[in-house]
Design a protein around this ligand. Sequence first.
Ligand code: NI
Length: 178
Amino acid sequence: MAILKIARMGHPILTSRALPVEQPGSPEIRRLVRDMIETMLDASGAGLAAPQVHVPLRLFVFRVSAERAGPDAEEVPVTTVINPEVELLGEERVPGWEGCLSIPGLNAVVPRAWRIRYAGIDCDGRRVEAVASGFHARVVQHEYDHLDGILYPMRMQDFSKFGFTEELTRARTMEEAL
Ligand code: NI
């Protein structure tokens, strides 16, 4: 197991389209997935896509932790999705806060579909399939975008809701204190 180096915004791999995984069950892909999970958990991330660790392949890992789960999301254990497909359900787009391990220290409000259907396979060739909503759907859309070279600032509409995590947290704390 290893903690992998995460590419930051500006690295060209993050704006390139990733290629399908040919052999999802190969030892190389299994090792990559294990290392990506370890890297995501170490960085306290909700998701991590292969291009973020300099591997231009269509796979990502994600989770919705117990701490993050709430009215807009149920808990989801660590999940691997290889060669995913995502279908947006309905026209509704909902604003919500996002961060990205490739854009450290910043957060922004990004519009996303509230409900999606996604499917792919895992390292054992089992089909991974779900209808997701809320934060679960948001994370999957964000990670899927990485496979097409799209970072969340490219989805933003309201640039007044873009800032440093530290300042945003401070402002929110002060607001709550008033
Ligand atoms: Ni990201």
